[in-house]
Design a protein. Structure first.
Length: 86
């Protein structure tokens, strides 16, 4: 299911067109799959599907990629905060 909701906004916070004029509102697009499970509960199922048909294969590949992304984000945050101290 794809739901699109829009709401009018004030000119100060409205989105801007390329020419600079403010647009009348903003949109929020939300994708909702069927089911009652949370996204976190579906993480292992998604990881299993991501790991199929690849070399090396397995669920651990998706978790390895996620762990590497978190490590890079942590290092980038540490570097940025270190630059702020100078």
């Amino acid at each position: 299911m794809l739901a699109v909701y829009g709401s009018p906004t004030e000119a100060a916070v409205a989105a801007r067109a390329r020419e600079g004029q403010s647009l009348g509102g903003r949109e929020q697009i939300t994708y909702l799959g069927t089911g009652r499970s949370s996204w976190l509960a579906l993480a292992s199922s998604v990881a299993t599907h991501m790991g199929l048909g690849r070399d090396p294969s397995g669920t651990w590949v998706a978790f390895l990629v996620a762990a590497l992304m978190l490590a890079i984000a942590a290092l980038a945050t540490r570097l940025a905060l270190g630059e702020l101290d100078d």
